[in-house]
Design a binder for this molecule. Structure first.
Ligand SMILES: O=C(Nc1ccc2c(c1)CNCC2)c1ccc(F)cc1
Length: 348
């Protein structure tokens, strides 16, 4: 099968052997330069998941990006970051089984409503800030924040995806970002100028572009000609629609500051007055739960299924192999947190 990502000549492949008896593949819910994302069902729990399918031959020099994303996602456990459940590698493909976000992309939500109220924008912004501050606390920068990478769960909880460009350590980061990603619409000026030593400040700029798009319903810097787009970003001037409050205008100005050294920091944003309005408490970025915690009910349910003692089952789970057992355990823990019934389907 060719490397076309548009799926034009996609053959109806009943499913990949590597997923057989583990997942039932369903419709395609996303396509990107890397490959495609399909909706699937995790058979043992019946849980819907998203499976990112990437053909190694088609990844070319993007292969390190995928390996970087896998390595990063295995470190993360946060309620505003899509949870990685399982990684399957075959000779020809990578499969990443990730938490499904039935609400789809935040972008579609904004387009449908044209633009969001200041209060709704603040709610989404606080969740994005919580996820980004968490990444930074672990020494990572996302570096590719844009609406397509911000998804919504079934209850409008916001989830970040696509950590292919997130990098650690902060500082000394290369600028391969531009070469390996699409339009720099959300990219900071220092980034498009190819400067070195980019870090959390580039995420602040991108969050500023995101916040502007949510509040205004259009982009601060836009052009379908890349050199015009560059010029606009480097000039740093953008429209301020009449409906923006003074507080919103002041915050956006602090985030879309050309000089990264003068730009507001994530730390300052966490208790910024605009961010606090109506909440009166700083944004916390600590994870609400850490999936590395042992949950006895879930361990014993899985132990019983495997005819193992709970201790042996936990010994295996705490290796965090990101195999089918890791996926089943993380899904059970997630269902328990949502007070959903804990059950495993008998394997026919
Ligand atoms: O759930 C995902 N995408 C998704 C889910 C639902 C819908 C869409 C995308 C887009 N159309 C509306 C419905 C998803 C989850 C993880 C991931 F890495 C990539 C994509």
């Amino acid at each position: 099968m060719g490397c076309d990502t548009a799926g034009k000549t996609e053959m109806k492949v009943s499913g990949f052997l590597a997923l057989k008896n583990l997942y039932i593949l369903e419709k395609t819910i996303g396509t990107g330069g890397f490959g495609k994302v399909k909706l699937a069902t995790h058979i043992l729990t019946g849980e819907k998941v998203a499976i990112k399918i990437m053909e190694k031959a088609c990844l070319g020099d993007d292969l390190p990006r995928i390996e970087q994303e896998i390595k990063a996602l295995k470190q993360f456990s946060h309620h505003h970051i899509c949870q990685l459940y399982q990684v399957i590698e075959t000779e020809t493909h990578y499969f990443m089984v990730i938490e499904y976000c039935s609400g789809g992309e935040l972008f579609d939500h904004i387009v449908e409503k044209n633009r969001l109220s200041e209060m709704e924008s603040r709610s989404f912004f606080r969740q994005i800030l919580s996820a980004v501050a968490y990444l930074h606390s672990l020494g990572y920068a996302h570096r590719d924040l844009k609406p397509e990478n911000v998804l919504l769960d079934h209850d409008q909880t916001l989830k970040l995806i696509d950590f292919g460009l997130c990098a650690k350590p902060i500082g000394g980061l290369d600028v391969q970002l531009l070469t390996s990603c699409g339009s720099p619409t959300y990219a900071a000026p220092e980034l498009i100028q190819g400067k070195k030593y980019l870090g959390p400040e580039v995420d602040v700029w991108s969050m500023g572009v995101l916040l502007y798009a949510i509040l205004c319903g259009f982009l601060p810097f836009d052009s379908d000609r890349i050199e015009v787009l560059y010029r606009k970003i480097l000039r740093g001037r953008y429209e301020e629609p009449a409906w923006l409050s003074q507080g919103s205008k002041r915050l956006i100005k602090r985030m879309l500051t050309l000089d990264p050294l003068r730009r507001v920091t994530v730390k300052e944003l966490l208790n910024h007055e605009w961010v606090q309005l109506g909440y009166n408490e700083p944004v916390s970025f600590e994870p609400l739960y850490d999936f590395h915690m042992k949950d006895d009910a879930c361990v014993s349910l899985l132990a019983e299924h495997h005819n193992l003692s709970s201790n042996d089952m936990w010994a295996k789970l705490s290796r965090w192999d990101y195999d089918y057992d890791t996926a089943t355990y993380l899904i059970l823990v997630s269902r328990k947190r949502q007070s959903l019934p804990l059950k495993l389907n008998p394997v026919w």
